[in-house]
Design a protein around this ligand. Structure first.
Ligand SMILES: Cc1cc2nc3c(=O)[nH]c(=O)nc-3n(C[C@H](O)[C@H](O)[C@H](O)COP(=O)(O)OP(=O)(O)OC[C@H]3O[C@@H](n4cnc5c(N)ncnc54)[C@H](O)[C@@H]3O)c2cc1C
Length: 409
C-alpha cells in the first residue's frame, strides 16, 4: 500500500488519483466533508507512482520565485464586462481571454449545477464566465493533471489556474519536464483555506435555495462584495445583502471549518511557486486607488509571468510598495490562524437534522439580530486572549517578511 500523507497534511489536490496507472485511487469526501484519496487495495500494484507525484511529500523539489521578489502591482482589467463578473480586478479573466483568443487551453475552477466545484478545461472565450469569480469551496481537480499533460504533449499552450497547492501539485505531477513546461503558464490565487463541502450543502438547506449562483457580487461594489447569490426553486434570485443572513460567508470567514492542512499551508509564504500570484488589494490606505469595481494585487514571479501580465495592454497596472500591500494579506507570508472553536461547530451533525429543525436554527438563530449580537459578544470574550496572541505573531511575521524584502533590494 502507498504511504501517502496523513489526513492532517493531505490537501486533497488529487494528483495521486491522476498518477495511478490502475485507477486504484479515487477522491472521496470524508464524514467531515473534506476530499481525501481512497486507495482500493485490490487494484493497487504498489508501484508508488502516487507517492512520487505527491507535492506534499516532495516540497523541497518545488522551485520558487525566479524573479526574486519583483515589487507587486495594483491592477485591474480595462474590460468593463470582464471585471463585472470577477471577484477582484479581473486579471485572471483578461489573461485567460487573450490566451484563448490565441488558441490555448485554460483550466480553472467552475461551479456545477449541484453547487459543487470542479476543475474544468475551456477552449473558447464564450466559456470563460464559468471560471470567473471565487468559489469558496474546494475544487475537485481529479483528472485535470492528466488532461493538462495530454494537451502539453500535443503541443498546445496551457494556462492553468487554481489555489497554490493545486499549482504545486501540477508542477510535481509534470516533474518540471522542460519539454512540457515550455508551453505551460501557471496562475495561482492567494488562498486562506478551503472549507468543508458540508458548508455549502447546509447553506442550501437553510435558505431552501436550489443552487449557488455566485460567491461574490459587485452589486454594491467590490469592497462590499462578500455576498452569496442563490437561485431559488421558483427561479427567483436571492442575494444575501446582510452579513448576518449570510450563513455561508459568515461561517467561512470564521475560518473554523477549513481543512486541517490549511493551518500549516506550505504555500502561504512570500516565495511563490507559480508564474503569477493574484489576490485582492486590501491596501493599507484604501484611498490611494479609487476603483469601485475591484483592485487586484499581482505578484510577478517569473519571466513567463511577465509576458502574461506586464506586457498586457488590456490591464491597468501600477507598482506599489511591499509595505502597503503585504501586511493586509496574511496568506502572502503565513498560513491562516488556527481557531479556538475548531471542531466544536459540528456541521456534519447539523447536516443530519430534519429540514424543519434546520429552518428553526437558521431563522431563530443566524437571522436573529439579538442572538447574533449575543453570540458575537460571547465569542469575542472567549477568543480575545488567543486572538491577541495571534495578532502579535502575525505582526511579527509581517515585519520579518518586509525586512527580508527590504534587505534584498
Ligand atoms: C478558496 C479561496 C480563498 C481565497 N483567499 C483569498 C485571500 O485570503 N486573500 C485574497 O486577497 N484573495 C483570496 N482569494 C482570491 C480572490 O478571491 C480572487 O479570486 C483573486 O484575487 C483573483 O481575482 P480575479 O478577479 O483576477 O479572478 P476571479 O475571476 O475572481 O477568479 C477566478 C480564478 O479563481 C480560480 N478559482 C476560483 N475558485 C477556486 C477554487 N475553489 N479553487 C481553485 N481555484 C479557484 C479560478 O480557477 C480562476 O483562476 C481566494 C480565492 C479562493 C477561491
Amino acid at each position: 500500500m502507498p504511504n501517502l500523507p496523513k489526513e492532517k497534511d493531505c490537501c486533497g489536490c488529487a494528483a495521486c488519483v491522476d498518477s495511478c496507472p490502475k485507477k486504484a485511487i479515487s477522491l472521496k469526501e470524508s464524514k467531515n466533508g473534506y476530499f481525501f484519496p481512497f486507495v482500493n487495495e485490490d487494484l493497487c500494484i504498489n508501484c508508488k507512482l502516487c507517492e512520487k507525484n505527491c507535492h506534499i511529500l516532495h516540497q523541497d523539489e518545488l522551485k520558487r520565485n525566479d524573479l526574486a521578489y519583483e515589487k507587486p502591482y495594483a491592477a485591474w482589467t480595462l474590460d468593463d464586462e470582464l471585471i463585472k463578473h470577477s471577484a477582484s480586478g479581473g486579471i485572471f479573466a483578461q489573461i485567460a481571454k487573450d490566451f484563448l483568443q490565441n488558441g490555448g487551453f485554460v483550466y480553472g475552477a467552475a461551479l456545477q449545477d449541484d453547487s459543487t466545484v470542479k476543475h474544468i478545461e475551456i477552449s473558447s472565450v464564450e466559456e470563460l464566465r464559468k471560471l470567473q469569480n471565487s468559489k469558496y469551496q474546494q475544487s475537485n481537480a481529479s483528472g485535470i493533471y492528466t488532461q493538462v499533460k495530454k494537451r502539453l504533449t500535443e503541443g498546445y499552450k496551457v494556462l492553468f489556474s487554481g489555489v497554490p497547492c493545486q499549482a504545486g501539485a501540477l508542477y510535481t505531477f509534470l516533474h518540471y519536464n522542460e519539454a512540457l513546461l515550455k508551453n505551460l503558464f501557471v496562475l495561482e490565487i492567494v488562498c486562506h483555506g478551503v472549507p468543508t463541502n458540508h458548508l455549502s450543502k447546509l447553506a442550501l438547506k437553510f435558505t431552501g435555495a436550489k443552487k449557488i449562483l455566485k460567491y461574490r457580487t459587485k452589486s454594491k461594489g467590490w469592497l462590499e462584495g462578500n455576498r452569496i447569490t442563490y437561485e431559488m426553486p421558483d427561479g427567483s434570485i436571492l442575494e444575501c445583502t446582510k452579513r448576518r443572513k449570510d450563513f455561508l460567508f459568515r461561517s467561512y470567514l470564521t475560518m473554523s471549518n477549513i481543512r486541517e492542512n490549511c493551518y500549516t499551508c506550505k504555500y502561504a509564504r512570500i516565495d511563490r511557486v507559480s508564474d503569477l500570484t493574484l489576490c485582492d488589494f486590501w491596501e493599507v490606505n484604501q484611498k490611494k486607488f479609487n476603483h469601485r469595481d475591484g483592485i487586484s494585487l499581482v505578484l510577478v514571479n517569473s519571466a513567463r509571468g511577465r509576458t502574461l501580465f506586464v506586457d498586457n495592454p488590456h490591464i491597468y497596472k501600477e507598482q506599489v510598495s511591499w509595505e502597503e500591500s503585504i501586511p493586509q494579506n496574511q496568506n502572502l507570508y503565513m498560513p491562516t490562524n488556527r481557531q479556538l472553536f475548531k471542531g466544536c461547530f459540528k456541521i456534519s451533525k447539523i447536516m443530519n437534522y430534519p429540514d424543519w429543525l434546520c429552518k428553526v436554527i437558521f431563522q431563530n438563530g443566524f437571522e436573529n439580530k439579538y442572538i447574533n449580537k449575543i453570540f458575537f459578544i460571547l465569542q469575542s470574550l472567549f477568543t480575545y486572549p488567543l486572538k491577541k496572541k495571534q495578532k502579535k505573531e502575525q505582526a511579527r511575521k509581517a515585519h520579518e517578511t518586509l525586512k527580508m524584502l527590504k534587505d534584498f533590494q
